[in-house]
Design a protein around this ligand. Structure first.
Ligand SMILES: Nc1ncnc2c1ncn2[C@@H]1O[C@H](COP(=O)(O)OP(=O)(O)O)[C@@H](O)[C@H]1O
Ligand SMILES: [Mg+2]
Length: 268
């Protein structure tokens, strides 16, 4: 059974894309097959995984698949191969997706319908959501029904998370579904007073789900520029341990068995 997970927080620049790419890299290092979907019209993940040319490509793109039921079957054709995962790239046309989805029937359900057309059996589908609570994010949350929340270890995150949870609750009612929070990644953690206080706040605010800490590391930016996760770029960077912890915890939460050897070489 393929497990699906969205990386969402309507605040921009908190690390959704960075965390999603590196969790994908860590899952791959544990031997999991990952399909990564870039739902953000800005296409940061698409670029960060080396598919810049796909972002500018002529239709059909993810936009057409999400907004035109007759194009839904072309979803599998969008899949690109990356060293660590398969990728459905975003596209410049995705900037027009919000208004289109607002007008269409079942506007929040299109990604779920598209994913039904994928025959390859992935262990995980990871969805990198855009930085706003609109129809695209709804598509991600509805299709995955599992949420991992990257958030900065800053006090502004409190309000952002309140809004996110209000939105998740509203979606659960709208669609009669349950969206499980699988964890929080406190990102760009620094050992300042605010950083330390926020980590305490995260732990208190989320007693029932794991809270991981990702520190500020230039290697994360360098890996992004190189089009790969830390695991392909430089598996010796200390943060790889954290991403492996996240991957191991997700595997446990989703009922996957422990791999024989969890080394970066264990991927495909
Ligand atoms: N832990 C980190 N250490 C250093 N730079 C980071 C870290 N996390 C994110 N960044 C950088 O911050 C910027 C925003 O991150 P990004 O993942 O694109 O956020 P989002 O997807 O939430 O908009 C990017 O330039 C990224 O390289
Ligand atoms: Mg992003």
């Amino acid at each position: 059974m393929t497990k699906r997970l969205s990386f969402s927080n309507q605040k921009g620049g908190v690390g959704k894309t960075t965390i999603a790419i590196n969790v994908a890299g860590a899952l791959n290092a544990r031997g999991r097959d990952v399909l990564f979907v870039d739902l953000d019209p800005q296409g940061n993940a698409t670029e960060g995984l080396g598919f810049r040319e796909a972002y500018d490509e002529a239709p059909p793109s993810l936009f057409d698949v999400l907004t035109d039921p007759e194009q839904r079957e072309s979803f599998p054709d969008l899949i690109r191969e990356h060293a660590e995962m398969d990728v459905v790239p975003s596209n410049i046309d995705m900037t027009a997706a919000e208004p289109e989805l607002t007008l269409s029937r079942r506007g929040g359900e299109q990604l779920a319908l598209a994913l039904e057309t994928v025959e390859a059996d992935y262990d995980y589908v990871l969805v990198d959501c855009p930085p706003h609570l609109g129809y695209l994010t709804d598509n991600g949350l509805h299709a995955t029904q599992n949420l991992l929340i990257p958030a900065l270890a800053e006090s502004t995150s409190k309000r952002a998370l309140e809004l996110l949870f209000d939105h998740v609750e509203a979606l659960e009612l709208d669609y009669d579904i349950t969206i499980e929070e699988r964890g929080v990644v406190a990102n760009r953690v620094e050992t300042t007073n605010e950083g330390t206080a926020m980590l305490e706040w995260f732990d208190e605010a989320f007693p029932d789900i794991p809270v991981w800490e990702v520190r500020k590391r230039v290697a994360l930016q360098r890996a992004f520029s190189a089009g790969v996760s830390l695991f392909e770029y430089d598996a010796d960077v200390d943060m790889t341990e954290t991403f492996l912890d996240v991957a191991a915890d997700l595997d446990a939460q989703f009922g996957f068995e422990e791999p024989a050897a969890a080394t970066p070489e264990a991927g495909r």
